[in-house]
Design a protein around this ligand. Sequence first.
Ligand code: ADP
Ligand code: MG
Length: 396
Amino acid sequence: MRTIESLGDLKGKRVLVRSDFNVPLDGDKITDDGRIRAALPTLQKLLDEGAKVIVMAHLGRPKGEVKPEFSLAPVAKRLGELVDAPVKLAKDITGESAKEEAANLEDGEILLLENVRFDPRETSKDDAEREEFASELAELADLFVSDGFGVVHRKQTSVYDIAQKLPSASGLLVLKEIESLSKATDNPERPYAVVLGGSKVSDKLGVIANLLKKADMLLIGGGMAFTFLKAQGLEVGKSLLEEDQLDTVKGYIEEAKERGVDLVLPVDVVVAPEFAKDATPTVVAADEIPADQMGLDIGPKSQELYVSKIAAAKTVAWNGPMGVFEFPAFAGGTKAVAGALSEGDAFSVVGGGDSAAAVRLLDFDESTFSHISTGGGASLELLEGKTLPGIAVLED
Ligand code: ADP
Ligand code: MG
C-alpha cells in the first residue's frame, strides 16, 4: 500500500484527507471523540511537514441533503481543541465557500469541508455521478490521503473515486489498521485463537468461514452460540436461534473436525425469563436450558474455559460480545474475555463496533490491547478476507 512518504515533499502542498469523524452526538455535544483522536496522527504529520490540510468527512445519514443537524461544526470545534493548528469549517463541500477557503489556506492550517454526505453523489451507485463529484473535490487539492478506516469498505467518492483523481496514499490510521488486522488473517503466530460472539450467526458467516481456515481454536459465545448448541442436538429454550442456519453451522462443526480446529462452545449459560436489564439471571448447564428461558451470557465455567484457552494463544482475534454486555447482569462473559486479551501477552486484535464499545463500556485500558479497530464494518470485511475498494485503490 502506498504510504504518505510516496507523495514526496509536502511543503506548501494542498493535501485532501478523508477522515472518519462519524462521532456520536447528543444535540451538538460529542459524546465520544475517539474517532477524532484516532485521526490526529495523520493530520499532525501532514501539518508538521508544512502541508495545507483539507479534510473531508461524513456525519450520520443526511441522505444527500443539507441538514443542519448533521453539520460538522461540532467536529470542527473539537478538532480545533485537539490539534495544534487553526481549524476552519467551509460552509459547503465543493462550492464557493470551500473553493475560497481552500485557495486562501496557509501552510500548517486545516480546512474542514462540510459533511460530504450532504451531496447525493457521494454515495451514488452511478459511477459517472461519483466521478463528477470526485473531479470537483480534486480541484481543491494536489494530493489525497485516505485515513477514514471506518469507510474503506465503501465504494464512495471521498473514499474510492477521489483516489484515482489525485496522487494518493494511505494515512497512518489506515496503515495501522491493515497491518494489525492482517496479522490476524494472514500469518498469525500460533497457537491462534479466534473468539466470536455477537448477536446473529448469519451476520458472521463470512468471518467464521474465513477464520476457520486460519485458526487453531475457535471459541463461540454470544447469541450465535445457541445455533451451534442446537446444531449439536441441545435444546436452547427461548434463546436467539436461527433455524435456517442450522445446516450451515453443522457444516462448520464438521469442517472444524476435519481441520483439527479446537471448536469450543459454552458448557454453561446465564439464562433469564426475558430480554431485560432487570431480568433474573440463573446459571444452568448448556444441556439444561429450560424451555421458558433464554441464554443471555456464557456461564462462569465457560468463562474459565475460554480464559484458559486464550491464555495459551500467541495471537487472539476477538469479534462479538459473549453476552448482552449492555445489561450488567449479563456482562460477565464479555468482561472475562476482554480481561484475558487485556492481561495476556498474545497479539490481541478487537474487531467489530459493539466489541470495541464493550471494551470502553467495561472500563478496560485500551492500550493493553494490541489493536482495537476503529471500523466495525470495515474490520469485519477484512476478517472475512474480502478485498476492500478503498484499500485496493491505494495499492500499486
Ligand atoms: P460487533 O458489532 O462487535 O460485530 P454484533 O453486532 O455482532 O457485534 O453483536 C453485538 C450485540 O450482540 C450486542 O448488542 C449484544 O447485546 C448482543 N448479544 C450478545 N449475546 C447475546 C445473546 N445471548 N442474546 C442476544 N443478544 C446477544
Ligand atoms: Mg455490531
